[in-house]
Design a protein around this ligand. Structure first.
Ligand code: AHR
Length: 331
C-alpha cells in the first residue's frame, strides 16, 4: 500500500475538487491499513445511478478496510478529469470511475498510469488507443440488452400478427455517446433495418432523466399521436414518456395501446411493468460494488484478475412479472 502524501496537501486537493471523504475510520480500524480509493461517479441522474453509488459505497466501506473518496461529476466529463487528477495528487491506492462517454480518456488515464495507480472502470465502457491504460472493467453488455429488447418486440409483433402492419417507433435516447446509449441505440437501429415495416418517427435525447423525457415526448406528441412503440433507454425516461402520453390521452399497454420498452428494471420500473404500462423492462444491474472489492482484493494479493467482467442481467415483461419479483428488488 502506498504512503499517502502530507495531510495538508491532500486536504487542499480535496477542497479543490469538492471530493467528499465518505467515512471516518472507526476506532478499531487503523487508518494506516485502509486501502484508499478515489471514486468518480458520473452523476445522480437516475434511480439506477443512485443504486450503483450505494453499492460501491457499501462495498468499499471502512468496515471492509477502505477509505473512499467520492466525487459526483454532475454529468460533466471535465469534472471527472478534475476528480481523477486530484485522486492522483492524493496518491490514492486505486481509482474507480464510471465514464460519462466512451471517448476522451487517453490523457488522464496516461497520468494515472505514470503515477502507477491502477484504474478500475465500472458501468460504462471506454475506447482508448492503449488498453493498458486501465486495469479492469466491470459493467454491462449494453448491445446485448438492446438485442434482448428488439427480439422480444419482434416475437410480440409476430404473435400479434403485425409483421406486415406499419409499426411507428419513437426512440428516447440516453446520454449521447455513453456506451449505454450507443449499445441500446445500435440494437434498435439494426432491428429497424431488418424489419421493413418498422419506421422511426422520432428520435430524441432524454438524458436518462424522467424530466427530459417528459419534455421531449410532449414535443413529439404535438407533431403526432400515431405511435405504436416508445423505446426508452432507461426507466426514468420511460416514466417521463408515459406521463406525457397519458396527459395527451394515449394509453400505454401491450394489447391496444402504445408498447413501452425500457431498461434498468428498478423497483418503480417493475411496478409500471406489473401495471402493464411498461411492456418489457430489460435489466441493467447496478450492483457492481462487490465486484470492485473482489478485483482490488485480488490485485492486493498479486493474483490474476478478470480484465473484463460483465454482470448478470435478466429481463421482465408484463405477461410474466409477479409481485414477488418487485418485492425482492432493493433499488
Ligand atoms: O450506464 C447505465 C445507465 O445509466 C442506466 O441505464 C441509466 O439508468 C443510467 O443513468
Amino acid at each position: 500500500m502506498k504512503k499517502r502524501i502530507l495531510a495538508l496537501a491532500a486536504c487542499f486537493a480535496v477542497l479543490l475538487c469538492s471530493c467528499v471523504k465518505e467515512q471516518q475510520p472507526t476506532e478499531d480500524v487503523s487508518k494506516d491499513n485502509l486501502t484508499v480509493v478515489g471514486f468518480s461517479q458520473v452523476g445522480a441522474e437516475s434511480e439506477w445511478r443512485v443504486a450503483n453509488t450505494e453499492s460501491v459505497k457499501a462495498a468499499l466501506s471502512v468496515k471492509n478496510g477502505y477509505e473512499l473518496i467520492f466525487d459526483d461529476a454532475r454529468q460533466k466529463e471535465e469534472n471527472q478529469f478534475r476528480a481523477i487528477r486530484t485522486f492522483i495528487q492524493q496518491n490514492v491506492d486505486y481509482i474507480v470511475f464510471s465514464p460519462k462517454v466512451e471517448t476522451g480518456w487517453d490523457s488522464i488515464l496516461q497520468e494515472a498510469k505514470e503515477a502507477d495507480i491502477p484504474v478500475i472502470m465500472i458501468d460504462r465502457d471506454i475506447k482508448v488507443e492503449d488498453e493498458s491504460l486501465y486495469t479492469a472493467y466491470i459493467g454491462s453488455d449494453f448491445r446485448k440488452e438492446g438485442e434482448k429488447a428488439v427480439q422480444w418486440l419482434e416475437n410480440l409483433l409476430k404473435k400479434q400478427q403485425r409483421t406486415e402492419d406499419p409499426i411507428r417507433i419513437v426512440h428516447i435516447q440516453g446520454t449521447m455517446d455513453s456506451s449505454a446509449q450507443i449499445g441500446r441505440t445500435a440494437a434498435l437501429e439494426y432491428a429497424i433495418k431488418r424489419n421493413p415495416n418498422w419506421e422511426m418517427v422520432a428520435q430524441e435525447c432524454g438524458d436518462f432523466t424522467r424530466a427530459k423525457a417528459y419534455e421531449v415526448m410532449g414535443a413529439i406528441l404535438k407533431e403526432t399521436k400515431n405511435i405504436d412503440i416508445v423505446y426508452c433507454e432507461n426507466d426514468g425516461e420511460a416514466l417521463g414518456a408515459i406521463d406525457a402520453m397519458e396527459e395527451a390521452g394515449l394509453e400505454c399497454n401491450v394489447n391496444d395501446g402504445v408498447i413501452v420498452i425500457s431498461f434498468d428494471a428498478t423497483k418503480l420500473g417493475l411496478q409500471y411493468c406489473m401495471d402493464g404500462k411498461i411492456a418489457l423492462d430489460v435489466e441493467c444491474n447496478p450492483l457492481q460494488g462487490p465486484y470492485v472489492d473482489g478485483i482490488i482484493r485480488s490485485l492486493r494479493r498479486g493474483e490474476p484478475i478478470e480484465r473484463k467482467t460483465l454482470v448478470d442481467e435478466t429481463q421482465f415483461d408484463c405477461f410474466s412479472i409477479t409481485q414477488g419479483m418487485i418485492d425482492g428488488r432493493k433499488y
